[in-house]
Design a protein around this ligand. Structure first.
Ligand SMILES: NC(=O)c1ccc[n+]([C@@H]2O[C@H](COP(=O)([O-])OP(=O)(O)OC[C@H]3O[C@@H](n4cnc5c(N)ncnc54)[C@H](O)[C@@H]3O)[C@@H](O)[C@H]2O)c1
Length: 268
């Protein structure tokens, strides 16, 4: 018996990176998985590469478009008969500096990253509320939504997801739907892959910033999502699980400065 036997999951942005690793992890533990992605070709390729074809489906889906989201949810129900797990994974980062960001740019990042999750949750709710053994929503946030790492619009959207998760956990707890959020730090996905290829020193520099001595892999996040989505987390809702290599655990520059100061005072 596997943790997701008989369960159905939908992963938005499941064609690449963290979404892909999550889809693979849930499928490997017995779930039927819908990969809902804007990049239809990559979604199909991912679905073809993962486990058995009758267990995985690729769906065209744009989380910024209500009709597209509704159609994806309907297709999942038609194919798999319901929905037990929703993973809100789409997030859009980047863009100009704060001074140069106009309202359209703010919306470009907030729409998929925050409102996209809202759209998906609203569309999925009837199925989640009807799930026989309880249901779970896991959103992919970011350390950017917890502390200042730059990228104000993206970070504000991720911070919004934290509060949305907490509010919905309270609202739907008694109705059998849990809401949790995973907050990753730097994860080796295609965005970073490109940068590391052009600048190999960057990978080492970033790894050195982490108490665990490396940046994360998509599978690190997939494991956390699978935990929160599973019955192992049956009494966990409204929580933020930082999967961040320890980067939010403290301030190394503060410790180094204090140590340096103490050493200077002691004349060493
Ligand atoms: N990679 C990191 O370092 C990192 C760190 C913290 C948080 N995150 C978060 O993790 C999530 C996944 O990031 P990733 O690095 O794996 O990204 P990625 O770019 O590798 O994959 C994102 C996927 O989302 C799809 N997508 C984009 N817009 C969409 C839309 N409107 N509708 C449907 N699908 C859409 C893309 O086609 C792609 O398959 C994001 O929410 C991101 O903010 C990533």
């Amino acid at each position: 018996m596997q943790r997701f036997d008989g369960r159905v999951a939908l992963v938005t942005g499941g064609a690449h990176g963290i979404g892909r690793a999550t889809a693979a992890r849930l499928a490997s533990e017995g779930a039927s998985v819908a990969i809902a992605d804007l990049d239809t070709e990559a979604a199909q390729k991912t679905a073809d590469e993962l486990t058995s074809a009758d267990q995985i489906m690729a769906l065209p889906c744009d989380v910024t478009d209500r009709e597209s989201v509704d159609a994806a949810m309907a297709a999942v129900v038609e194919r798999f008969g319901g929905l037990d797990v929703l993973v809100n994974n789409v997030g859009i980062n980047g863009g100009p500096q704060f001074e140069d960001m106009d309202e359209a740019e703010w919306y470009r990042q907030l729409d998929p990253t925050l409102y996209g999750a809202v759209r998906c949750i609203k569309a999925a709710l009837p199925m989640l509320l009807a799930a026989r053994d309880g249901a779970s929503v896991v959103s992919i946030g970011s350390v950017n939504g917890i502390a200042a790492f730059g990228n104000e619009a993206y970070s504000a959207a991720k911070a919004g997801l934290v509060n949305l998760t907490e509010n919905l956990a309270l609202r739907y707890g008694r109705h059998g739907v849990r809401f949790n959020l995973v907050a990753p730090a730097t994860i080796h996905t295609r965005h970073w892959h490109q940068q590391f290829r052009d600048d190999p020193e960057l990978l080492e520099m970033l790894g050195d910033l982490y108490p665990l001595g490396r940046i994360g892999q998509p599978e690190d996040i997939a494991a956390a999502v699978a935990y929160l989505a599973s019955d192992d987390a049956a009494w966990v809702t409204g929580t933020v699980l930082r999967v961040d290599g320890g980067i939010l655990a403290g301030a190394p520059s503060f410790l180094a400065a204090m140590r340096g100061h103490a050493e200077r005072r002691n004349g060493r």
